[in-house]
Write a protein that binds this ligand. Structure first.
Ligand SMILES: Nc1ncnc2c1ncn2[C@@H]1O[C@H](COP(=O)(O)OP(=O)(O)OP(=O)(O)O)[C@@H](O)[C@H]1O
Ligand SMILES: [Mg+2]
Length: 465
């Protein structure tokens, strides 16, 4: 352990004295400060009075039991008391199902008895590091919120499928590493970008977002690097670019997979050197920016197809965070739904507090092709439709996924707009100008909507401005 840092406190709970003794010896030898207790009640009172960095606990307390019931109950209570305390459970050999249940209830890891010393130490030290990073992040987030008065991202994820994702976020968030976030539409890439930034030492500086896939070649440079007055016809004043704005903070490059090759080259240079010039100026600017990028395409495939520069790919994905689709993390659906319910019932001043049993079933069995965003919209709609204290299955309108017309009736205005824009882009092979004409929109208005809905469109570099 580093000298000078505060002692790391570990609480160990087991009803067998000899187990406690040997664990105390082992952990003290590693430099940890150890407290022990022999009962669930002892754990609760210790956690209330002291801030531990990790809790290592047995699941069985009454003599001759192996069901783990008491330990599992204790986990539920600990979640309420302090969900940020990392808990590692000890289970009897061959009771993996109990360990899995423990993880469902919030344990971060498990180790089987009799344990292997090296493995136990490795698990504890990983959990301690993670929780320190997370708690520091939470503190920074809180400070940040005070500074900016801004809403913080709430990243809801308790499923097994999201655990490695959360661990990765906790690990790389505080670093300066460039992160590439991948996942289908609506899986929460932007939420993750905001969380990474909030966890970092840059949290008090801005996170500047730019949808690079939605910019014409001409706009790309002046958006990112800025321009000086007179650089081109419309440049009536100087303009500060996003790289300048993000100096000291993070730059979120959304829809990076849609970036045309020649713009990729320009971006690469800035990422490699931290230097750029405003359009129309020869003065070199130098910035310190962390790049977080996101895409719903597979950059690897784009590289293989010659549509994405490999060198840029390697610069962007120092670390990759992949978000699984919602259908692969159904355990999160009730929590997410409840979260959106709270948000929208406040917003629309409706007294709806939960979901009926059939409504919950419908939520759990829907395929959610639009992922978390689709879920958020479905709940919003249901809140508006509802006239009871609970959301009923019918309020959700999830039954009829077949046939376009019946779908449109149950879609929100935004969804319909998004759907029509998608269709128009498909019809014109991604040509934004033609799609805009067909929709009766100006090109700029269409770009703004593309950005709002995070929609893909093909390269429009031949598209005239
Ligand atoms: N884990 C989560 N917890 C809470 N809210 C979430 C979570 N994931 C997504 N959301 C919400 O779902 C909506 C869509 O998320 P987000 O915009 O981050 O998705 P995305 O992956 O960037 O989508 P796209 O590819 O379409 O840009 C947002 O309103 C966001 O707040
Ligand atoms: Mg997005």
């Amino acid at each position: 352990m580093r000298t000078g840092s505060p002692p790391v406190k570990v609480l160990v709970a087991d009803d067998q004295r000899d187990v406690l003794d040997s664990l105390r010896l082992l952990l003290k030898g590693e430099g940890y400060q150890v407290e022990t207790t022999t009962s669930p009640a002892g754990v609760l009172s210790a956690v209330k009075s002291t801030d531990f960095d990790c809790l290592l606990m047995d699941l069985n307390y009454a003599r001759d039991t192996t069901s783990g019931e008491e330990g599992l109950d204790l986990l539920n209570r600990l979640q309420v008391l302090d969900s940020s305390l990392p808990v590692v459970v000890m289970t009897a050999w061959g009771t993996v199902d109990v360990a899995v249940e423990a993880m469902r209830r919030g344990a971060r890891d498990f180790i089987q008895k009799p344990w292997e010393n090296a493995r136990l130490i490795a698990i504890i030290s990983t959990q301690v590091e993670l929780s320190r990073a997370l708690r520091r992040g939470q503190r920074l987030e809180a400070e940040n919120q005070l500074l900016r008065g801004a809403d913080l991202p709430s990243l809801i994820a308790q499923s097994m499928a999201m655990r490695p994702v959360l661990e990765r976020i906790a690990r790389v968030g505080p670093s300066d590493a460039n992160v590439l976030i991948t996942g289908e539409h609506g899986t929460g890439k932007e939420v993750v970008a905001r969380t990474l930034h909030a966890l970092s030492g840059r949290a008090s500086k801005p996170l500047v977002a730019v949808n690079v896939g939605g910019l014409s070649e001409h706009l790309f440079e002046s958006e990112l690097f800025g321009h000086v007055k007179g650089a081109f016809t419309d440049a009536r004043t100087d303009r500060v670019g996003r790289f300048d704005l993000a100096d000291g903070g993070s730059l979120f490059l959304d829809e990076i997979g849609n970036l045309p090759l020649n713009q990729q080259a320009k971006l690469l240079r800035v990422i490699e050197t931290g230097e750029f010039e405003r359009v129309g100026s020869s003065k070199t600017h130098r910035v310190n920016v962390r790049i977080i990028s996101a895409t719903n395409a597979s950059l690897k495939e784009l590289v293989a197809a010659g549509r994405f520069r490999e060198d840029l790919f390697f610069r962007l994905n120092t670390v990759e965070v992949h978000l699984p689709p919602l259908r692969d993390r159904r355990e999160d659906i009730p929590l997410l739904a409840q979260h959106f319910l709270g948000e929208h019932s406040t917003r629309y001043r409706k007294h709806v507090s939960g979901f009926s049993e059939p409504a919950l079933k419908a939520l759990l069995s829907h395929p959610w092709p639009g992922n978390v965003r689709e879920l958020a919209h479905a709940v919003e709609r249901a809140v508006l439709m509802s006239n009871g204290s609970q959301i009923a299955a019918a309020d959700l309108g999830l039954e009829a996924p077949s046939g376009t017309s019946s779908r449109i009736e149950s879609m929100s205005l935004e969804d319909v707009e998004r759907f029509l824009i998608q269709k128009a882009l498909e019809r014109f092979d991604g040509n934004v100008s033609q799609a805009a004409t067909a929709l009766g929109l100006s090109r700029g208005a269409l770009y703004r909507r593309l950005e709002r809905y995070g929609l893909d469109h093909g390269d429009d570099q031949n598209d005239e401005v």
